[in-house]
Design a binder for this molecule. Structure first.
Ligand code: URA
Length: 240
């Protein structure tokens, strides 16, 4: 991305993931206790190990009301990661992301271009605990949880990351513009391709399929994602 594009997106360069400095006597069991304790890149060996921390985490106030931390589902080595905002009631109850109406729609959208959660996709959220009344996570909550998300990106190592909605877009690539302006555009960072797309909940509130409608635009975007995955696989035909 050149300087002009950079300023167009109003990007905050400081959002690039930077490994925090780890003191020599660092105790990883302290990670879930306070957002002031860093989550160094390379802390976790598996999603299960990370999930144990998430389920005892009080880095922000969201931990106080959770039933389950909602860490992720899908192929842990998927080429595509979908990042949502935060768990809703169904997700809090089951411990699994995108299992409510939004999740059903997301699965349909992926299936329309022959992508499955079992094989091609890993799904997670910016915050792992449900915000009260399903409100948007606050910036400090997203920041407190961000280290877990960066660890998930490192472990899954996806080529493509779909950012559903403004919270995911702001947290991971620092774009603060409205999703309508930037959806469908690829953003390259650290050898990965990010695409902001509409959140499925927004599509549920906007049912029109007319040309230019949110659903129609999503169809364009998901086809572009399919094409990009095929292009990447053609260049390097390894399993992921
Ligand atoms: N369910 C999730 O898990 N995440 C969202 O962002 C919305 C619904």
């Amino acid at each position: 991305m050149n300087e002009e594009q950079f300023s167009l997106f109003d990007l905050a360069p400081s959002t690039e993931p930077v490994a925090p400095k780890v003191p020599k006597d660092f105790d990883p069991s302290l990670i879930p206790t306070s957002a002031k304790i860093p989550i160094p890149i390379g802390t976790y060996e598996s999603m299960e190990q990370m999930s144990q921390h998430c389920n005892q985490c009080h880095r922000c106030d969201l931990g106080a009301n959770r039933t389950h931390a909602v860490v992720g589902r899908g192929n842990p080595k998927a080429p595509i990661m979908v990042v949502g905002e935060g768990p809703g009631q169904n997700e809090d109850e089951t411990g699994l992301p995108f299992v409510g109406k939004s999740g059903q729609l997301l699965e349909k959208i992926l299936a329309a271009v022959k992508l499955t959660i079992e094989e091609d996709v890993f799904i997670c959220n910016v915050v792992k605990c449900r915000p009260p009344e399903n409100r948007t996570p606050a910036t400090d909550e997203a920041e407190a949880c961000k280290g877990y998300l960066l660890e998930q990106i490192r472990m899954v190592d996806p080529k493509i990351i779909l950012l559903t909605g403004a919270t995911a877009m702001k947290t991971l690539v620092g774009i603060k513009q409205g999703i309508t302006k930037v959806r469908g555009q690829w953003v390259e960072r650290d050898d990965r391709l990010y695409m902001p797309i509409f959140h499925p909940a927004y599509l549920l509130r906007n049912q029109s399929r007319d040309q230019g409608s949110p659903k129609w635009l999503m169809w364009q975007d998901i086809q572009a994602v399919r094409d990009k995955l095929d292009e990447i696989r053609a260049k390097s035909p390894d399993p992921s």
